[in-house]
Design a protein around this ligand. Structure first.
Ligand SMILES: [Zn+2]
Length: 86
């Protein structure tokens, strides 16, 4: 059984807030680790991103989703602990 993640393991946004309802693997099955902003059809959408670039994108997305800026900033600080950046 695969681990269930609450947050995207690339950008940290809550997966249930993903407007696409999550991303997909290359074979069309659902990917439970990454959101549709970061990952689709088995590939990262921003394969060359650094942690800092991802922090910036994540912050913007979270503010777009209606999260307060301070919370988005707080969230983005934990991004480097996510699976993609280990
Ligand atoms: Zn993501």
């Amino acid at each position: 059984m695969s681990k269930i993640y609450k947050n995207c393991q690339s950008c940290g946004i809550p997966l249930k807030k993903d407007p696409q309802g999550g991303s997909h693997n290359a074979d069309g099955t659902k990917n439970t680790m990454f959101c549709s902003y970061c990952f689709e059809n088995g590939q990262f959408k921003q394969p060359d991103f650094t942690v800092d670039q991802m922090k910036q994108l994540s912050k913007e997305k979270m503010v777009e989703m209606g999260f307060p800026k301070f919370l988005a900033g707080f969230f983005s600080k934990s991004i480097r602990k996510l699976e993609r950046w280990k």
